[in-house]
Design a protein around this ligand. Structure first.
Ligand code: ZN
Length: 152
C-alpha cells in the first residue's frame, strides 16, 4: 500500500507544481470566488457552459499544495462533461473525502480516476476543506448561471 500512497503523493505534487488550466477565462459564462480562511486558500473558478456541457473550466488564485492540486485535477476531470455529471462527481468527491460511503457499497474511490488520490486526505480533517474548496467554488459558479438562465 505504501507504493500506492507514493503514487498518490506524486500526482498531488505534480498538479500543485504544474497546475493545469490555471488561467483567467475571458468568455466565461459563470464565475465564483472561494476562500478557505483556515489555510488561506483563495481561488476563482471560471466556467464556460453551453448546451448543458462544461466546454471549458479554469481557475486562478493561490493556495496550498492540496487545494491547488485539487483545483487542477478538477478542471481536468470536468472539462467536456455534462453539468449533471459534474454535480455527480462533486458529490462523490465529497463523499470520498468525508468518508461517507454509506450510499455506495463499493469503495468511494472506485471509478474516480485520478481524483482517487484525495482519498488519503480523509485522514487529515484540516486538509479536507483545502481539497473541497475548488469544488464548492465550482458548484457556486454553476448555481450562478442557473439563476441567470431562469430570468431569460
Ligand atoms: Zn489549503
Amino acid at each position: 500500500m505504501s507504493d500506492l500512497s507514493d503514487l498518490y503523493q506524486e500526482v498531488i505534487l505534480d498538479h500543485s507544481k504544474n497546475p493545469r488550466n490555471k488561467r483567467a477565462m475571458e468568455n466565461a459564462t459563470r464565475k465564483a470566488e472561494g476562500y478557505n480562511p483556515l489555510c488561506g486558500d483563495r481561488f476563482t473558478v471560471y466556467l464556460r457552459v453551453e448546451d448543458g456541457i462544461v466546454r471549458d473550466i479554469s481557475f486562478e488564485g493561490s493556495g496550498c499544495a492540496i487545494s491547488t492540486a485539487s483545483a487542477s485535477l478538477m478542471t481536468e476531470d470536468l472539462k467536456g462533461k455534462p453539468v449533471e455529471m459534474a454535480h455527480d462527481v462533486f458529490d462523490r468527491f465529497h463523499k470520498l473525502l468525508t468518508g461517507d460511503n454509506s450510499v455506495n457499497e463499493t469503495a468511494p474511490e472506485v471509478g474516480m480516476g485520478k481524483l482517487a488520490v484525495f482519498g488519503g486526505v480523509r485522514r487529515f480533517p484540516v486538509r479536507v476543506k483545502c481539497a473541497t474548496l475548488p469544488w464548492h467554488t465550482m458548484e457556486t459558479a454553476m448555481q450562478g448561471e442557473e439563476e441567470r438562465v431562469s430570468t431569460e
